[in-house]
Design a binder for this molecule. Sequence first.
Ligand SMILES: [Zn+2]
Length: 161
Amino acid sequence: MTGIEIRHSLVNGSATEAANLVLPSNFVELDWENLDYLGWRDSHSPHLGYIIRWQGEKPMGIVVREADGPLSKRRMMMCQLCRATHTGHGVSLFSARRAGEAGMNGNTVGTYICANLGCSGNIRVDVPQASYYSDPESVLAEKVMGLETRVSGFMLDVMRP
Ligand SMILES: [Zn+2]
């Protein structure tokens, strides 16, 4: 995936947003094998973030915006994409402008996501607990599958006309 492909992949971003997008600082050394989606916060516009994933042969991406106001520090919050739970500022409410006309009319889709948009890393940080029925590898595989399903569902919501 190249920077140009990423700029072109944004289905709900304006031309200005695509032009102003700042790639993650570690872009050249990303470990694509372990990324279920590529997500990062824009270092120049910290309230903006991006979620990019392969849709068949082509990358498809969305711009998300962090909602104003911090969430409660003490409450446990769950990321709706990877189902990781965090306290403090680990989870943020993000909204995505709907693609096309819906977006121009001000329609957005919102959900709680890991604040660093790093679900792929977050589900791999803690060695998944093996349960009575399954080994750690299949627990991780299950988490990956769930994450992919929910990310693509979220993106489809954004694209729904
Ligand atoms: Zn997450």
